[in-house]
Design a binder for this molecule. Structure first.
Ligand code: S3P
Length: 174
């Protein structure tokens, strides 16, 4: 079984993924970390030196490589992973694979992301919470079309990681 966590930046994909993997005794892979390891360059530097299009091509290749593995695994994707090309169709075409959307409100995302925006090239330039909130509102609206095609949707606002993990575990048919 493969569980693919999708959702906006700051929705908790990596934190939830790590705990879910520990709970199920599955392998955990963080897509951004895998890309940084493979290329030897941080995500911010990849965006700055090679551009977003290049990043998206590597991201797609990496997703295919990771998911060609037969073992049980949890994959935490990047916020934009399902939103380019035919990625959603590709993910949905895989056998024994469940996509889970971690759904977080734009208010909560703004709060979570403002203090750590510098690590994220798409929002690093937004200098006030108001600007960040405006950006997230529009961006999340555009991306929700892709996120909403997931097999399972789990809301994360005001919920502990343990509750979210239990919710996912209870709603997936293994
Ligand atoms: C991106 C999200 C980031 C990372 C890159 C692009 C996006 O991952 O892949 O900066 O397009 O939303 P996180 O969602 O883990 O921050």
């Amino acid at each position: 079984m493969k569980i693919i966590l999708i959702g906006y930046m700051g929705s908790g994909k990596s934190t939830v993924g790590r705990q879910l993997a520990a709970f199920l005794n599955y392998k955990f892979i963080d897509l951004d970390q895998a890309i940084a390891k493979e290329t030897g360059i941080s995500i911010s530097k990849l965006f700055a030196t090679k551009g977003e299009l290049y990043f998206r091509k590597i991201e797609r290749k990496m997703v295919e490589k990771i998911l060609s593995d037969n073992s049980n695994l949890i994959l935490a994707t990047g916020g934009g992973t399902p939103c380019y090309g035919d990625m959603v169709q590709f993910l949905k075409s895989l056998a024994a694979t469940t996509t889970v959307y971690l759904k977080t409100s734009n208010e909560e995302l703004t709060q979570r992301l403002f203090s750590e925006k510098n690590k994220r090239p798409l929002i690093a330039h937004l200098n006030t919470e108001l600007l960040l909130n405006d950006f997230i509102k529009k961006h999340l609206f555009e991306r929700s079309y892709y996120y909403n095609q997931s097999d399972l949707k789990i809301t994360t606002d005001h919920r502990s990681i343990a509750t979210i993990v239990a919710d996912i575990e209870n709603n997936i048919s293994f």
